[in-house]
Design a protein around this ligand. Structure first.
Ligand SMILES: Nc1nc2c(c(=O)[nH]1)N[C@H]1C(S)=C(S)[C@@H](COP(=O)(O)OP(=O)(O)OC[C@H]3O[C@@H](n4cnc5c(N)ncnc54)[C@H](O)[C@@H]3O)O[C@H]1N2
Ligand code: MOO
Length: 393
């Protein structure tokens, strides 16, 4: 039996197994939470001309001024402004030719088309947004693999694009495996437990646009597991949970072999989540996550989400760490990298008391995973520790 892989090696191996999916062109509104498949190049400049940043008067010279017209959004003033002249102007309106600054209306008095100052003269160029100061036509605005959020949606539209190239959405099938699992939480016999991992993993993936499907719970029988895997044969990714360990009824490995998948690696030196199994069949990837709910969650967070981001074309698919002070002393660790469920309050993260890999109450109360390096000594309260932010509370 090979020793468990170190975390970074296992993550790199998983991502190297799969290519980002094919490119499709979608309307900008449909690109939210996806990743740019090509760099974004500006098709226009923003602003397209010098604009006023305030409501007031575009002026030329020292004043007083004679008001000769108006420039407003969508209706610019045509013609030049000469020294001693002013044009009424709105925020965002085109600056008339010849005006060299904008006087805000709070600092001016207008009477019978005569404009006078009630405060200091604005400096040359004041309250003017110069053409192209935000971006210029032909400029690279965002790189390939950039995530598309609200700000990016606005930038893509402003750059002159109505559509955007992204990777097609991954098709994912979640399969819950185990004789002990009940499909209905409300009608769960005393010797069973409600199946919750598949729904939890689908929820974990909900921020990444995917086409998802659920199968289960599937009993611990090779024939039943084979049917489930065959049913999911069109998926880009199959995520199973349970049956990944060494027990007599842990059948994911033989079921995958019968399905024709090649096992790439099994077991990672992390706690929880050691018995993670990774396999592929052609372009399809299969993640066999451990059944313990917190182990499933941790491997979902550290492996499934990065893989989904990678398939979706993300430039940086791995989760990001942040530093927080630990609120309590943290015990020494063994040969596995540990991920403690913790709660962040202000700049402090405190591990929950219950760290068993089946403990759902502590998982639901956590909003962070605290990373503890393998073979590390005890850490004192107040020390900075690396933390992954969760979205469940
Ligand atoms: N002799 C050894 N035993 C175990 C080892 C080991 O190295 N040697 N590893 C342990 C570790 S670590 C983990 S993690 C678990 C993982 O086991 P499996 O992936 O085989 O999971 P199961 O045995 O099927 O289930 C474990 C536990 O989780 C519950 N479960 C399973 N699926 C679901 C689901 N969909 N929803 C909710 N709960 C689920 C299941 O009822 C069990 O209680 O193995 C250790 N054993
Ligand atoms: O890895 Mo298991 O996940 O320690 O319980």
């Amino acid at each position: 039996m090979n020793p468990p892989l170190p975390l970074e090696q296992a993550q790199a191996r998983l991502l190297a197994l799969a290519e980002p999916l094919d490119i499709e062109i979608v309307p900008v509104a449909a690109s939210l939470a996806r990743y740019l498949a090509t760099p974004l190049i500006a098709g226009r400049s923003q602003p397209p001309a010098d604009l006023s940043a305030m409501d007031g008067y575009a002026i030329s010279g020292q004043g007083p001024w004679r008001i000769i017209g108006e420039s407003r959004g969508g209706a610019p003033f045509s013609g030049p402004v000469r020294s001693g002249e002013a044009v009424r102007i709105s925020t965002g309106a085109l600056l008339p030719e010849g005006s060299d600054r904008v006087l805000i209306q709070e600092n001016a008095l207008s009477q019978d088309n005569e404009l006078t100052l009630t405060s200091d003269l604005p400096a040359y160029g004041q309250h003017i947004r110069r053409a192209g100061f935000d971006f210029s036509s032909g400029e690279t605005l965002l790189g390939e693999g950039n995530w598309i959020g609200a700000g990016q949606v606005a930038l893509i539209l402003a750059s002159g694009a109505g559509t955007v190239p992204v990777r097609r959405k991954p098709r994912v099938t979640f399969i819950d495996c185990g004789d002990e699992l009940a499909a209905s939480p409300a009608q769960c016999p005393p010797d069973r437990i409600p199946a919750s991992n598949g729904a939890m993993l689908a929820a974990l993936a909900a921020n990444i646009p995917c086409e998802t499907r659920y199968i289960g719970p599937v009993p611990d029988r090779l024939d039943a597991l084979s049917v489930a895997l065959e049913t999911a044969c069109e998926s880009d990714l199959i995520v199973t949970s349970g049956g990944a360990s060494v027990g007599d009824h842990d059948l994911i490995r033989p079921a995958l072999e019968a399905y024709g998948a090649q096992i790439d690696f099994w077991r990672v030196a992390i706690k929880p989540g050691k018995p993670l199994l990774v396999a592929r069949k052609g372009p399809q990837i299969i993640l066999g996550l451990p059944g313990n709910p917190v182990s499933s969650f941790a491997t979902g967070f550290l492996f499934m989400l990065p893989l989904l981001r990678h398939l979706s074309g993300a430039a940086a698919p791995l989760p990001r760490q942040h530093l927080f002070h630990t609120g309590t002393d943290l015990p020494a660790t063994g040969p596995r990298r540990e991920f403690l469920r913790g709660c962040i309050a202000g700049s402090t993260v405190t591990p929950l008391e219950e760290q068993d890999s089946s403990a759902l109450l502590a998982l639901a109360r956590a909003n962070a995973l605290i990373e503890r390096p393998e073979n590390s000594g005890e850490v004192k309260a107040g020390t900075d520790v690396p933390v992954y932010l969760l979205q469940n509370g």
